[in-house]
Design a protein around this ligand. Structure first.
Ligand code: CP
Length: 304
């Protein structure tokens, strides 16, 4: 039995196979519409979500399976003090696979240790968000035709943004990628991630202005400032509008640069950018369904 707790739980070859499957699902959805008949996914969300929970649920429904779960801790027995470990022992009796989001780093690991079914980490605190990474990689591969040989700007809250941490980790396995890390000083990428970049021998630079780097980027990955992880509101208010991508700034970018964002967006991308053909973030959310459908099939070892 396999879990997905980190994007590194899958080899590059396994990821390629998963992305091929996701692309086939996109082209031939009817071929997969009964693949998970009689299977159930439990979505256990102790933290708010729109895309991740609903795309997991859509993915299982598209595969002919069913969905159960909760969307907030207060509507589960966590509110009475039940542990993640006990919850997983129970959910293993009711479902075939589960996706869990939890505010504590490492909670997905605890869940996997206590589950009799595959566990998917749908976000654990400020740590990792591997299925967002599968979504991001699938989007890049599908729209750029490659994973490697590009310069990617990661912009915003690089300290608390778990999607950024997982994406950097995953991209370090591909060739010739330069990272431009664009953040205020207070929201820099954590030192342990910088060490991972250095140990992998990848090229990176840390900057504080988006405009200065725009012209060299093949991909721009915008992120919101993660209000829920700040210790005080004053710091959040001071930093929340550090970067706003506007139509004017887009004029500095290459004609084929893609703008990605895991979403939700708050204020960091002007809605006027949405009409730019390089804005790929809504398409990215659609790829999230195909990536999660492929992941469910792989973890349940179902071949179509
Ligand atoms: N990208 C993402 O994780 O979105 P949600 O928080 O809405 O699930």
């Amino acid at each position: 039995m396999r879990h997905l707790l980190s994007p590194l739980d899958m080899s590059v070859e396994e990821l390629d196979s998963l992305f091929d499957l996701a692309n086939d699902i996109e082209k031939n959805p009817e071929k997969y519409c009964e693949a998970c008949k009689h299977k159930k996914i439990a979505t256990l969300f102790y933290e708010p979500s729109t895309r991740t929970r609903l795309s997991f649920e859509a993915a299982m429904i598209n595969l002919g399976g069913q969905v159960l779960g909760f969307s907030e801790a207060t509507s589960s027995s966590a509110a009475k003090g039940e542990s993640v470990a006990d919850t997983m022992k129970i959910v293993s009796c009711y479902a075939d696979i589960c996706a869990m989001r939890h505010p504590k780093e490492g909670s997905a690991f605890v869940a996997a240790q206590n589950a009799a079914i595959p566990v998917i980490n749908a976000g654990d605190g400020g740590h990792e968000h591997p299925t967002q990474t599968l979504t991001d990689l699938l989007t890049i591969r599908s729209m750029k035709g490659r994973l490697g040989n590009f310069t990617i700007g990661l912009c915003g809250d690089l300290k608390f943004g778990r999607t950024v941490h997982s994406l950097i980790n995953a991209l370090l396995r591909y060739e010739n990628i330069k990272f431009v890390l664009i953040s205020p000083q207070e929201l820099r990428v954590p030192d342990y991630i910088i060490r991972q970049i250095e140990n992998a021998g990848a090229t990176y630079e840390e900057v504080t202005k988006l405009e200065d780097s725009m012209s060299e980027l093949d991909l721009l990955y915008m992120t919101r400032v993660q209000r829920e992880r700040f210790f005080n509101e004053e710091d959040y208010i001071r930093l929340k509008d550090s970067f706003i991508l506007t139509k004017d700034k887009m004029q500095l970018a290459k004609d084929d640069m893609l703008v990605l964002h895991p979403l939700p967006r708050v204020n960091e991308i002007s809605v006027q950018v949405d009409e730019d053909p390089r804005a790929a973030y809504f398409k990215q959310a659609q790829y999230g369904v195909y990536a999660r459908m492929a992941l469910i099939l792989k973890l349940l070892e179902i071949e179509v």
